[in-house]
Ligand binder design. Structure first.
Ligand code: GTP
Ligand code: SPV
Ligand code: MN
Length: 591
């Protein structure tokens, strides 16, 4: 690919970036260097090239115009937490919650892998801005990658190209992300973060959170570190606006672990009885939170697109997502029908004939679509895209909601007694693992604030920081915990979920306004059965009582488990959080 004149201009726009590109090119030895300007023409050209190389397969263009299928390497279908490292000078700064490697050793290891790895390939320079280009809260980066698929995804997921490079020139700083798919050998796959250097090195994976470096690597791991230094929070949260029939909108930010319902909640369609209610999406995965001058907490979404879980998406569960992904979408690792339509588990019609690996579909090989198959699509295609999604100052939060996927114990919803108690609710989150990472699925593990895989520093310091941010807020958001995933003995979900989750959000908002009732329990405030609107819901007898029950014995065991987990963080644990846990234990013991 020849370097067109406008690319020369781009390269000369920023000396700091071009010097780093030169340095990387000397190490990786690409055949060409391509500076991405972020234009539609560039996007189409790269799409055409990938189609010609059969890396992208056009889907049925009559039904899915502008949509393509990408098949990743079968060993490269999810984040690799065991190969993801935070490389701080001091091991304790990364904390027991992260895998750690000394920076010098990590650089040596990675540079050996990058040595000559782009021979015969094109090096793409991808300048990007996380957050609206004109927001003081946005932060920029440059990803160098040898994957055109990554470039296409970065274009959909971030503000990418010339405008971002111009902002980098104004900011005078950027996060350096170096990525190569390498030979996709899982033995030579590492995702390394250097928060003190604001840099990332990722090798050997072309997939999602491992390769789209603006997303989890930058906007969470590096940004959480930057946020602590600068006094804000970078969180694994959706942002949603709930409008009641009177036109009053409340904004909520919700942290649920990977594949635990963020995209679905962010795009919720109100139940039929909820006439006049509207739900507006601001973000579905990441939120950056800042204290406002008015003492409230404001949220922006650093991303501009969705990299969402495909299986389970249909016109009933998530119609907005379903409609959003009908055009101009990249599907990764879904199955195909005979008509070349994308197919996945959870679609009511269509029959898969080709599985996600391109083989004739045979149920003996497992699901037709990879359980972590994803769609990549621009956020503005969402019919529920909020008018304030790109507001430079963000939106003020009424509530923060933590959640997990727990078939037992955690009730449908409960409210924290205070900000610090809310930090305990978040720090105590446990959730069953999902297909979003390569490890056993369905295993209960501690996932504080849904940030276990994403906090770029020691959780003890992170909780201290949370407490400090809250202390600065005159009108902090109320904090809640939800669980959509309680099951009965036969494994059936007790709560209908999806659109009906609005019934729970309604109680949450009414609690923020001070108009809903609750009962005090050892773990926080819960709605009485009559405080939740279950009008028109068909629920099994006794299900609601079970969803709202608090068993002191089970919670005592839970708090003891949390105490044990906290003990792993030793001296660095914030005293206020320890005290909150001690008080919670005393309350369950007294019950
Ligand atoms: P990441 O993109 O990995 O961070 O995931 P996410 O948190 O955005 O999860 P998503 O909304 O994509 O949902 C993941 C899975 O949970 C899908 O299979 C959904 O169908 C399912 N799910 C989402 N919301 C609910 C719910 O309220 N109830 C039930 N039972 N399942 C749900
Ligand atoms: C997650 O795993 O939380 C995701 C997908 O949102 S990934 O981009 O792979 O991190
Ligand atoms: Mn996520």
């Amino acid at each position: 690919m020849a370097t067109a004149p406008q690319h020369v201009t781009l390269a000369s726009l920023n000396l700091q970036v071009s010097q780093w590109v030169d340095e990387v090119a000397r190490l990786t030895q690409p055949d060409q260097i391509f500076w991405c300007d972020g234009s539609e023409a560039e996007f189409s050209m790269l799409e055409r090239e990938l189609v010609a190389e059969k890396e992208l397969l056009p889907l049925n263009q009559a039904s899915y115009p502008g949509c393509y299928l990408y098949r990743s390497h079968p060993s490269d279908v999810a984040r690799v937490e065991h190969l993801t490292f935070v490389c701080t000078r001091e091991k304790d700064d990364a904390g027991p919650n992260n895998h750690w490697m000394a920076p010098a050793e990590a650089h040596r290891k990675m540079d050996a892998l990058f040595d000559g790895c782009m021979k015969g390939r094109t090096l793409y320079v991808v300048p990007y801005c996380m957050g609206p280009l004109d927001s003081p809260f946005s932060r920029c980066g440059v990803e160098i990658t040898d994957s055109a698929y990554v470039v296409l995804n970065m274009k959909l997921m971030t503000r990418m190209g010339q405008a971002a490079l111009e902002r980098i020139t104004r900011d005078g700083t950027f996060v350096k992300g170096l990525h190569s798919v390498g030979d996709l050998n899982p033995e030579r796959r590492f995702i390394m973060h250097f928060p003190e250097e604001l840099s990332i090195k990722s090798f050997g994976s072309g997939y999602g959170g491992n390769a789209l470096l603006g997303k989890k690597c930058h906007a969470l791991r590096i940004a959480s570190w930057q946020a602590r230094t600068e006094g804000w929070l970078a969180e694994h949260m959706l942002i949603v606006g709930i409008e009641n029939p009177q036109g009053e909108i409340h904004y909520l930010a919700c942290a649920f672990p990977s594949a635990c319902g963020k995209t679905n909640l962010a795009m919720l369609i109100p139940p039929a009885q909820y006439k006049g209610w509207k739900v507006w999406t601001l973000g579905d995965d990441i939120a950056w939170l800042h204290a406002g001058k008015d003492g409230r907490l404001y949220a922006i979404n650093p991303e501009s697109g969705y990299f969402g879980v495909v299986p389970g998406t249909n016109a009933k569960t998530n119609k907005n997502a379903y409609d959003t992904i009908r055009t101009d979408t990249i599907f990764t690792n879904v199955a195909l029908t005979a008509d070349n339509l994308p197919w996945w588990e959870g679609l009511p019609d269509g029959t898969p004939v080709t599985d996600w690996q391109g083989r004739p579909y045979d149920p003996a090989n497992g699901p037709a679509a990879q359980p972590n198959s994803r769609f990549t699509v621009a956020a503005k295609q969402n019919p529920a895209y909020s008018k304030l999604a790109e507001a430079p100052g963000g939106v003020p939060l009424s509530a923060i909601v933590f959640g997990g996927r727990r078939r037992t114990l955690a009730p449908l919803v409960y409210q924290a007694r205070s900000w610090v108690h809310g930090v305990l609710l978040g720090a105590g989150v446990a959730s069953e693992t999902t297909a979003a990472a390569t490890s056993a699925v369905g295993v209960l593990r501690r996932d504080p604030m849904a940030m276990k895989p994403f906090a770029g520093y020691n959780f003890a310091d992170y909780w201290s920081h949370w407490i400090n941010v809250g202390a600065k807020l005159k009108s902090p958001p109320q904090i809640f915990h939800v669980n959509w995933f309680r099951q009965d003995d036969s494994g059936k979900f007790l709560w209908p979920g999806f659109g009906d989750n609005l019934r729970v959000l309604r109680w949450i908002i009414d609690r923020c306004k001070g108009t809903a009732a609750a009962r005090e329990t050892a773990i926080g405030q819960l709605p009485n059965a009559k405080d939740l609107d279950v009008n028109g819901l068909e629920m099994a007898p006794g299900a609601l009582d079970e969803l709202l029950a608090v068993s002191p014995e089970l919670w005592q065991a839970e708090f003891e488990g949390i105490a044990e987990y906290f003990a792993g963080f030793g001296e660095r644990m914030p005293a206020a959080l320890q005290a909150e846990l001690t008080a919670a234990l005393a309350r369950v013991e007294a019950n």
